[in-house]
Design a binder for this molecule. Sequence first.
Ligand SMILES: C[C@@]1(CC(=O)O)C2=NC(=C\c3[nH]c(c(CCC(=O)O)c3CC(=O)O)Cc3[nH]c(c(CC(=O)O)c3CCC(=O)O)/C=C3\N/C(=C\2)[C@@H](CCC(=O)O)[C@]3(C)CC(=O)O)/[C@H]1CCC(=O)O
Ligand SMILES: NC(=O)c1ccc[n+]([C@@H]2O[C@H](COP(=O)([O-])OP(=O)(O)OC[C@H]3O[C@@H](n4cnc5c(N)ncnc54)[C@H](O)[C@@H]3O)[C@@H](O)[C@H]2O)c1
Length: 155
Amino acid sequence: MFFPMCINLENKKILVIGAGKVAARKIKKIADYGTDITVLSKEIKKSEILEIKNIKFEKKTLENNQNEIEKIVKNYFLVIVATNDENLNEKIAVICDKNNILVNNVSSKTTMNAMFTGIVKNDEFQISISTNGKNCKRSRAMKEEIKKILNKIEN
Ligand SMILES: C[C@@]1(CC(=O)O)C2=NC(=C\c3[nH]c(c(CCC(=O)O)c3CC(=O)O)Cc3[nH]c(c(CC(=O)O)c3CCC(=O)O)/C=C3\N/C(=C\2)[C@@H](CCC(=O)O)[C@]3(C)CC(=O)O)/[C@H]1CCC(=O)O
Ligand SMILES: NC(=O)c1ccc[n+]([C@@H]2O[C@H](COP(=O)([O-])OP(=O)(O)OC[C@H]3O[C@@H](n4cnc5c(N)ncnc54)[C@H](O)[C@@H]3O)[C@@H](O)[C@H]2O)c1
């Protein structure tokens, strides 16, 4: 079971590996919280993440090489692994975990030590929804119900 906890990401070094559709969704979400985000990717196509302020981009293809990966990730507090190469994602996630680095792996339900959650928030509350990797799409229905409760409390 993953323990739900609020983490202060301000000024913490965050690395996103991959810059595709899923990476973009994760970056948009985390950019509300993290201020030091680097995106490393084989390709960096024109997309809305290029518009987000202060994100650093590094065009690089990561090889499936333990030493190279270790050297890159060891400078980071949190690594979000979001390439479309599941084996590479898994390898990076295992290396991060062994080095006590927080890691989120978008192509797994288990091989990571940090998962994204569904978030519903207003000025007063933020509610984070997790299914522990079992069925993240279910959290959409839960989000809708929680939105109704928040509206009720506000009125
Ligand atoms: C909560 C939310 C947060 C967020 O991502 O921001 C989230 N996924 C969301 C959406 C979403 N996920 C997927 C689609 C494409 C749908 C489609 O196209 O069919 C969509 C888009 C959509 O539904 O709109 C597919 C998917 N998800 C994972 C895999 C890998 C795998 O299963 O192996 C695959 C590929 C599966 C495949 O291809 O088969 C894995 C994970 N997804 C998680 C979180 C973590 C578990 C959290 C938990 O247990 O609750 C975990 C384990 C890791 C992580 O990503 O952190 C957000 C929903 C709520 C929201 O809207 O806020
Ligand atoms: N967790 C989730 O919420 C979720 C949702 C949908 C899909 N997925 C999974 O996420 C993964 C990524 O999907 P996508 O649609 O974003 O893919 P995509 O093809 O749009 O993006 C992949 C990105 O990875 C980069 N990349 C690939 N190999 C690389 C390497 N060796 N080094 C550096 N960068 C590299 C590419 O340049 C590209 O930017 C898939 O495995 C998919 O199954 C996860």
